[in-house]
Unconditional design. Structure first.
Length: 223
């Protein structure tokens, strides 16, 4: 993903604008394709050639919500827009949830807890405003076992300062260094596969106790 986006950015003409997990396809052989390219922005300097057709709330950076960047049809987005979305996708790949998943202590509406609102309020659970979040899902705690270089890239990605977001080149170099030194990765225990319930041949009900000789529903003897 990083290489594909970097190649686009190097032209100085393209910003993906709607980069998200749903727009990344991976084949069985590990080949990666970025799709939905009709949402890409095409510009030359400050001149808009094609705005793109869409973007997604949960992958827009905070400047969209706080200063309106990207709302006007004439706004030419910078590659830092993609840098934010790329970091969000990497976070989901590594930790299994969106980086802004959490329930803030102060909500704008009763029962509302939207990711885009957390983005606008700078509520990254592993950032400086952690104390403003009432409920932080446990997967966020795995952030602490990530390599330090990756933690720092995430922290910079989710700052309000768009100019300080890491480039695709920085992400690529950090990932390459980790691949070269796999011993630097945390020793995480593999997750055991889920157990498959056994069902009674007579009544079709699942056995409450996998080791039981007889079905607790109908008394039929197990095969």
């Amino acid at each position: 993903m990083t290489v594909a986006i970097q190649l686009l950015h190097q032209t100085g003409k393209y910003v993906l604008r709607d980069f998200k997990p749903q727009n990344v396809l991976v084949t069985h052989s590990g080949e990666i394709t970025v799709c939905d390219m009709d949402s890409i922005q095409i510009a030359e300097g400050h001149k808009m050639l094609f705005r793109g057709t869409a973007e997604t709330d949960d992958y827009r950076p905070p400047e969209y919500y706080n200063s309106g960047m990207g709302k006007s049809p004439t706004d030419v987005l910078k590659k830092s827009w993609d840098s934010f979305a790329l970091a969000a996708v990497y976070y989901q790949l590594l930790l299994g949830l969106h980086p802004y998943t959490g329930t803030p202590k102060i909500q704008k509406g009763v029962g509302e807890s939207c990711l885009w609102q957390n983005i606008a309020a700078d509520l990254f659970p592993n950032g400086k405003n952690r104390n403003k979040i009432a409920v932080i899902p446990p997967p966020h705690e795995k952030f602490k076992v990530l390599p330090q270089s990756i933690q720092e890239l995430f922290k910079r990605s989710f700052l309000l300062d768009a100019a300080n977001r890491p480039s695709t080149d920085e992400w690529g170099n950090a990932i390459y260094e980790i691949i070269k030194s796999p011993n630097s990765l945390p020793n995480l225990k593999p997750v055991p596969p889920p157990s498959i319930p056994k069902y009674c041949d007579q009544c079709g009900e699942p056995y409450n106790k996998p080791t039981s000789k007889y079905c607790s529903s109908c008394g039929n003897e197990r095969n």
